[in-house]
Design a protein around this ligand. Structure first.
Ligand code: ATP
Ligand code: MG
Length: 596
């Protein structure tokens, strides 16, 4: 390919919406162009990068025995209604773009493909003899992200590799899951990116085990917690740890005391000489359930700990046996909207009576109460009295009516001790999720009533797994991990071209001739070569070459007549001046060596 024919437009200035380096560099290098919010065109250079990633993914998935397929992007609402996800994915802040056809039938644009593939599997796979099967596709997904940002990292239209496996037994599922784990490591390794595998929350897709693959980068949206010995790593959404021990309290008998203007843990601690771990924190929330019921929630947690909303939502959906569509803190305005009286926020206790909800307009008239382990383990604690500006001290759970069960709804944090070894501490790192593997279990096969006949001749639902890689996100994450002040430093396996030949002066016949000769020789050898044949100044061409990040650069300049050229390695900017033959020998060795 010749740069003169590449439609290359590089930008000197950074587009104003590009906040992180990878987005800025891809936009400036002419790789992507924004068409609308969260919607990008992949320009020719980008298209080549995506193609290279795609072919690595295909090779590795194929060699793991998966079958490539291509599923429709338009999904009939019925199959999403049968799995029970239509409302969750389309109502309120639902992710799924949806539309009506001219007959008035509802359709959704595929954000993920469990419904389509499971329905198909149910029609085609009838016997355990046909199992296991692992099907994958590489295709555009649509998600109406509430905050599309960072270019291809969180876009509304993006390319994903998604795979779905079907098994007769749970052991079969586990074995494919672990094959996919190994395949993913191989894929990311071949793409030249460094990833960490972490335990992950299964989210609304549900199921048992799940693991995310994170590209470590300071700008990552996810927080990873890792033990210092490297044995444990998890997304903060999922991470567990041992809470620090609380400060012991001496007061053993209940008493009450005035706490004017002490409406938060901090001010209470300062004025009363307390530690946050001696105070019970009560948080009131309102959850919107899938059947549109609004359920008030009363959460108790130790005062020095933070609530993990993902864990809370998971616990609630299990305890209430309903999906949680939304959850938010109860505010004064929310109470007013419900025609309820004010509550003494800041001095609410765990025994706040359901009666306060009696006149609500649309909320359930009782609290669903959830107590974190750290709260339940507290002794002689301080908590609100349910009266304005008054707290209770020397309290124990036996002072309250009813029985309480502890659950884990606490945010694990850097510095916490690890569960597997209390001498190990959690450390934090930011990451970009590029892949995710799940053991779905029988959630979808049960919901969609897709069965096979097992060895004993009995019908049962399939065991399923699913495995995603964000192809377009990965491409950008690779840039986030591989760039310097002058531009991108693509790993060679996914670079748009392996080498760029820059003819310094197009008016010099020796230079043009030698440049063309090298270009055609490299192409004959099967190298992805780009020839910068523009009549621009050499400086401009060098800058562009640095920006678009081609791993090797050959500069054909003043010494072309004597066959002397420069070979420059982009990643470390090392320059070797040598004769053409020696330069090409070194280049070919380096490139073929990396391709293995
Ligand atoms: P996230 O937590 O980042 O929203 P997710 O967990 O919803 O992602 P999955 O359903 O696991 O995403 O999708 C598989 C992969 O698709 C992700 O690991 C990620 O690499 C990619 N992906 C998901 N959402 C987007 C998006 N909006 N833009 C680009 N890539 C995405
Ligand atoms: Mg995910």
């Amino acid at each position: 390919m010749r740069v003169s024919r590449l439609m290359l437009v590089t930008l000197r200035d950074t587009p104003s919406d590009a906040e992180i380096a990878s987005h800025q560099l891809l936009a400036r290098g002419g790789f992507i162009r924004r068409v609308a919010s969260g919607i990008y065109a992949y320009m020719p250079l980008m298209s080549r990068v995506l193609q290279k990633i795609t072919s690595i993914v295909q090779q590795e998935m194929n060699s793991a025995g998966a079958l490539q397929t291509l599923l429709p992007q338009l999904h009939p609402a019925e199959i999403w209604e049968r799995s029970g996800r239509w409302q969750e994915y389309t109502a309120g802040e639902g992710l799924m773009f949806n539309l009506k056809d001219r007959q008035g039938r509802n359709l959704g644009l595929g954000p993920t493909h469990e419904e389509v593939i499971t329905t198909l599997a149910g029609e085609i796979l009838h016997s355990y003899r046909q199992l296991p099967v692992n099907l994958y596709q590489i295709q555009t997904k649509f998600r109406d992200e509430i905050r599309p940002r960072f270019g291809l990292m969180r876009s509304r239209e993006f390319i994903m590799k998604d795979a779905y496996s079907f098994h007769a037994t749970e052991e079969g599922l586990k074995s494919t899951y672990s094959d996919m784990d190994a395949t993913y490591k191989q894929i990311f390794d071949r793409c030249g990116i460094k990833t960490v595998a972490v335990e992950a929350d299964s989210g609304s897709i549900g199921g048992a085990a799940s693991q995310e693959f994170m590209v470590t980068a300071e700008t990552g949206e996810d927080l990873i917690l890792k033990s210092s010995d490297g044995i444990y790593a998890a997304n903060q959404e999922k991470a567990i740890s041992v809470a620090p021990p609380p400060k012991p309290s001496k007061e053993r008998t209940p008493f009450s005391f005035d706490t004017p203007n002490q409406e938060n843990i901090n001010s209470l601690c300062v004025k009363q000489e307390l530690f946050p771990s001696q105070i019970l924190k009560v948080i009131l929330m309102i959850a919107l359930l899938e059947n549109n019921v609004e359920q008030p929630i009363l959460v108790c947690i130790r005062g020095d700990q933070e609530l993990n909303e993902v864990k809370l939502v998971n616990i609630l959906s299990k305890e209430l046996n309903k999906k949680i569509l939304d959850i938010s803190i109860i505010t004064d305005e929310a109470l007013k909207d419900q025609d309820l009286s004010d509550l003494p926020f800041g001095s609410i206790g765990p025994d706040l009576a359901d009666l306060v909800l009696a006149n609500s307009r649309s909320w359930n008239k009782y609290f669903h109460r959830v107590v974190d382990h750290t709260a339940l383990e507290m002794e002689n604690f301080v908590c609100g009295s349910n009266q304005e500006d008054r707290h209770l001290g020397g309290m124990n759970w036996t002072n309250f009516e009813g029985t309480f069960k502890g659950v884990d709804i606490r945010k694990a944090k850097a510095g916490d001790r690890c569960i597997h070894d209390e001498n190990q501490k959690l450390e934090e790192q930011r990451g970009i999720e590029v892949g995710h593997i799940f053991q779905l279990g029988r959630k979808y096969s049960k919901a969609l009533q897709t069965n096979f006949t097992n060895e004993k001749g009995i019908q049962e639902p399939f065991w399923m797994g699913c495995y995603g890689i964000g192809i377009s996100r990965l491409a950008q994450a690779a840039v986030e991990q591989n760039h310097d002040d002058s531009g991108i430093t693509w790993p060679i396996s996914i670079a748009p071209f392996e080498v760029i030949i820059v003819i310094a002066n197009m008016k010099d016949n020796h230079q043009v001739k030698l440049g063309e000769k090298i270009y055609s020789e490299l192409k004959t050898k099967g190298i992805d070569a780009l020839l910068d044949d523009r009549s621009e100044r050499a400086g401009v061409k060098f800058k562009d070459a640095d920006l678009i990040g081609i791993p090797w650069r050959i500069v054909v300049g003043r010494d072309a007549a004597s066959g002397q050229i420069e070979l420059v390695e982009r990643s470390n900017k090392q320059i070797i001046s040598t004769n053409t033959e020696a330069a090409l020998t070194k280049l070919l060795t380096e490139i073929f060596d990396k391709r293995r």
